[in-house]
Structure formats: structure tokens, C-alpha cells
Ligand binder design. Structure first.
Ligand SMILES: [Zn+2]
Length: 271
């Protein structure tokens, strides 16, 4: 699932490339991805895009007529920036063509991505939008601390809860907790004030470092080969590998189809 560094790289890659272009054609081979109605996509023709913002796992494309194109790629949504004549990818969901001969394509293996075309004051039409917490890159340390103090559950479950803060998922929660030396199942009640500040500082450090790495990778290889870039992660999906800090084997724990990874030595569970 794309998380903040992946979506920031998409945003940084596309914004200068879309500048000054006009939409010439649109298509929705998987029409239900466009939750506000695929037929409405054609109304983008003749228009262009300005800034691209992000809140949590949503990208917000500002249309020059005052509307917003809001996209949540969910598990497997992938953006492609490619010439219109290039071979189409599998599970192509939505296409927006531009007057310089490029297409912004969206493919989605699991077909769970969500697109919405709404007025700027119409974000409440997006399910759960009003419940989203502040973005993980925008929340202040004091706000983070206050929000965390009102949560009782396990720290990993809290970090990935989009109502707590928006943008952190399974992969980066593992990285953040490893950096903060906190066991993913630690509960709020067992954590000191310093323990509660640790994940905030680790979150900032991990996200900033990862954004720089993923940005550089995407600038070099372009958009379309992947929806998430994970080569730099230290513990997530590294079960059995040595912990980069202490050398003990990284533990992998499956719950449903998502894996939690941590180091039992660096991240002890105090209950
Ligand atoms: Zn370790």
C-alpha cells in the first residue's frame, strides 16, 4: 500500500510535468473506481491542473476550474506517466490524456482505488473524510502527544489508524517503531512521557529520510513500474534478516495478510 513517501514522490514528480498542460481525453476502463461517476471525467477535457496536495493517503489535484480530483490508491493503485502510444498496463483503471502526448494512467491490480471529482467545498462527499486525523507530516509534537494520550490501544494499531493521524500504514509503522525502539504491541498505559514522544521524533526522521530516497528513485526511474518503493526499509518485510542495530533476527508476525516486523531485542515488550 502506498504510504506518505510514495505519494510525496508521485506528487513531486507529476506537479512540474502537468504544469501548463491541457486535458485532451479521458477514459475509465474500470469505471467504478471513479466514485463520483466516471462520466464526469470527460468534464476535465480542456482543463489543466495546478498544485497537487496530499492529506494522508489521498492526493488532491487542483483543477483550474476550482474543482478537486481526489485519489486514494488504496492497496495497489499505481500512477503511470507515459506517452499515449506506449503499451497499456494490466488492470488499467483510469486514463487522463494531455496535449503534449502524455497520459496519466492509473492501474490497480486489486481494483480498490478510489477517485472523486468534487468542488473544493465538497470534500465531505468523500466517505470518512471528515474523520481523518491531521497529516503525519503536518501534526505538531504537542498535538501528537495529546492525541496519543487519549488512545488506549497498542501503539502500532494507533499509528496506522487514519483517525489518529493520516498517512502511516503497515510498512512505515514498523520502521517508526523500530527507530523508536518500541514493541508494536506496547500499550499507552505502559509508556512513559519520553516513550510517547519517541514515536513522533522517529516518525519525522523516518519519513523525511524516506521521502528523500523515494523522491530520488522516482525522478530517476519515472512513474509506472511500482506503486511503492521499499528497498530502503530496515525491518518491514525483512523477517529473518539481522537487525541493522543489534544483529538479532528480525521477527515476522502475520495477522491476516499483513505482516508486522520488529526486533525482539531492540523492541522489548514491557507489560
Ligand atoms: Zn535489534
Amino acid at each position: 500500500m502506498p504510504e506518505i513517501p510514495d505519494l510525496e514522490a508521485v506528487r513531486h514528480y507529476l506537479m512540474p510535468r502537468l504544469a501548463g498542460l491541457k486535458v485532451t481525453h479521458t477514459d475509465a476502463p474500470i469505471p467504478w473506481l471513479v466514485r463520483t461517476g466516471a462520466e464526469g471525467l470527460a468534464s476535465l477535457e480542456g482543463h489543466g491542473f495546478g498544485e497537487i496536495h496530499r492529506l494522508g493517503k489521498f492526493l488532491l489535484y487542483f483543477v483550474d476550474d476550482g474543482r478537486l480530483l481526489v485519489i486514494n490508491p488504496m492497496l495497489t493503485g499505481r500512477f503511470h506517466w507515459i506517452e499515449a502510444t506506449a503499451k497499456k498496463p494490466g488492470r488499467l483503471g483510469v486514463v487522463i490524456g494531455f496535449d503534449d502526448g502524455h497520459e496519466l494512467r492509473f492501474s490497480d491490480m486489486r481494483r480498490m482505488g478510489r477517485w472523486y471529482l468534487v468542488p473544493q467545498d465538497g470534500l465531505d462527499a468523500i466517505p470518512q473524510w471528515g474523520k481523518l486525523g491531521p497529516d503525519a507530516l503536518a501534526v505538531s509534537e504537542e498535538d501528537f502527544l495529546a492525541r496519543l494520550k487519549s488512545r488506549r490501544g497498542q501503539i502500532k494499531a494507533t499509528l496506522v489508524n487514519q483517525e489518529f493521524i493520516a498517512g502511516i500504514g503497515n510498512a512505515y509503522s514498523d520502521e517508526i517503531l523500530w527507530e523508536a525502539r518500541l514493541h508494536p504491541h506496547r500499550r499507552r498505559a505502559t509508556m512513559s512521557e519520553e516513550d510517547l514522544r519517541g514515536p513522533y521524533r522517529a516518525m519525522r526522521a523516518v519519513l523525511e529520510e524516506s521521502i528523500a530516497i523515494v523522491d530520488a528513485t522516482v525522478q530517476e526511474e519515472g512513474l509506472g513500474k511500482k506503486e511503492e518503493w521499499r528497498q530502503h526499509l530496515k525491518v518491514h518485510r525483512r523477517g529473518g534478516d539481522p537487525c541493522p542495530r543489534c544483529g538479532a533476527p528480525i521477527k515476522g508476525q502475520m495477522r491476516g495478510d499483513s505482516e508486522t516486523n520488529y526486533c525482539v531485542v531492540c523492541q522489548p515488550l514491557f507489560e
